[in-house]
Design a protein. Structure first.
Length: 124
């Protein structure tokens, strides 16, 4: 069963906090200003946030639905052919993209610098 962009919009409207906007001149969906998905310029595919591992698994399992172009190789996005993806699979993918975009970034541990007096340093 083919999914249309109208279906995508309906699915996304049920996700809490997601706003419609634009990205690279196409309709997009964001949370807190972070992109979760956008219509690809071809109008037939959706660009959706994911992880590199999940992307590889999806493309291996269903290459007719999920693919990538050279442009996205270094970025955690997957391209989804709307004509080939099931509504349930797309719903799951959009929910994962929302969770990824909503997650707080991990911060590197802060190294504390010990303040020693100049005299202590010179005595060593």
């Amino acid at each position: 069963m083919a999914v249309t962009f109208k279906d995508v919009r309906r699915l996304v409207s049920s996700l809490k906090g997601v706003e419609e906007g634009t990205s690279y001149g196409t309709l997009a969906f964001k949370i807190g200003g972070k992109l979760i998905a956008r219509l690809k310029e071809d109008g037939e595919s959706l660009v959706v946030g994911t992880t590199f591992e999940e992307r590889e698994e999806m493309m291996a399992a269903e290459p007719e639905a999920y693919y990538i172009t050279d442009h996205y190789l270094k970025y955690p996005w997957v391209l989804v052919r709307l004509s080939r993806v099931s509504p349930d699979a797309l719903r799951d993918l959009l929910n994962r993209a929302l969770r990824l975009a909503s997650a707080k970034p991990r911060r590197a541990p802060v190294r504390r610098r010990v303040n020693r007096s100049r005299r202590e340093s010179e005595q060593e």
